[in-house]
Design a protein around this ligand. Sequence first.
Ligand SMILES: [Zn+2]
Length: 494
Amino acid sequence: MADADRDFITWLRERGMPAAPEVSVDVVYGGAFSVKDYYMESGNPRQMRGASQLLMEAAEAFAAYTYFACGAEVFLIAPQGAGADLARGLEEVFREKTITGQAAAVWREDIQVKDLLHAERFDALWRGLNDDFYARRMMIFPAVDKPQDNRRCPGCNFRDIHTNGLCVSCHKRQEKGRGARAGYRQECLDYGKDTLGIALSLDETYEKENSIELLADGSGDFALLYADVNNLGAAGKKLGGNVQRRRAFTRAVQATVKAALYTAALKAVRAGGKMAFEIIAAGGDDICALLPGDIALLAGTLLLEEFDRCWKGHANEYGMLTISAGIAVGQAKTPILYMRETAEQLLKIAKRKAWDRGCSCLDILSLNSDGQWATKIKDKLRADLRFIEENQIANCTMRPYTAGQARKALQWLNHDIAPSTLHSIAEVLLRCGIAEGNLWFRYLLSRQNDPALANMAKDIAPGCGMFYKGDGGELISPWLDLAQLRGQRGGDVC
Ligand SMILES: [Zn+2]
């Protein structure tokens, strides 16, 4: 056996598997899917944390055979003949633990050790397992509780009440969340202390109660941040190589995601006024956090910047990867369903731009600038607020943001401009064309004699009025963004 394979051979031996090249083993690939739906069934941070914990525990039940894991997905290598039982057991354990979480697992028998170590043969096996996994997912349907009476569970507002005033699934999450170690969040706090030299002491009331109200910022806003690594599946398919390379890649992605998310959360929370946050998931395909509303843009910006910076060290080996984030900001009373939907849509919009530009992007929306979240989400989500005039295209918003644009937005938000001024500029922007808008804007500057406004205008586009020239040469205006994101001034820019 080659020297490079020694680690793998040791791993097999430690698990009592003979590690000769011709020996056969079984492999299993599986885990939870659609996990954001599972976390977000209720808007209670404790239940979300409990949900996250239950998934982690289900995956941990297979730790003995886990060669690598990404989020709630695991790749197991087991003695010959054990694959089928392990795969069935995996689905079972996830179902028992989570009640309503969905999981699938597939297996292959009689795989020779030398094939796992062979680049092309392992790659073919990996692709086959992935195809099987997606096919198996299609066969799994969400579980439904058997109701004992017909009142709705206040946790998910979806299933019927079964135990202690909650449905079975919410009850389990509530119980788990109550005594749970803080999972990813504790890992994040430890990372801050050990690696970044940031020691945060969190809000004690929030620690005790874990309610959204206590997590919200001074204006009662909180944020739901969704993110994931762009095209991770496609990058994984292109990767090639044997089982050891696959494990190294998975670990690199996982480490980068955690470093970026943890750094972003800690630095943003430290910059804001409210010492409270939750990290629900921190895997390559699923990143999910709850934050005080006023630091959400800062956290998202840092997430992009840190991910890009950390992945640079791996890009030569594994190729370029980028990340996208969707951030919904709402009031504590905003139904979690709207927050979820909005964050999901924003993530999609950010991903489109990330795809076009080949860089990390984020999109953010405040649902409460007019209190009409229910009907206005669709309108406000429109990222294509633009007009065309004399062959020139102008965008009325910077959204979705690249990391650089997000950074600019943060800096510009710190100019102390009266909200009424911001709103009237935004309104004119939406009503007038490019020439007319610029004319009006210059008139406003001379009439207002406001140094903050003058500085800001200089910052944005010297001599150009309401717009600045983007990379593609099109005109972009940030004024609507600044009017809508005024609540994002929390904390100093860091
Ligand atoms: Zn429920």
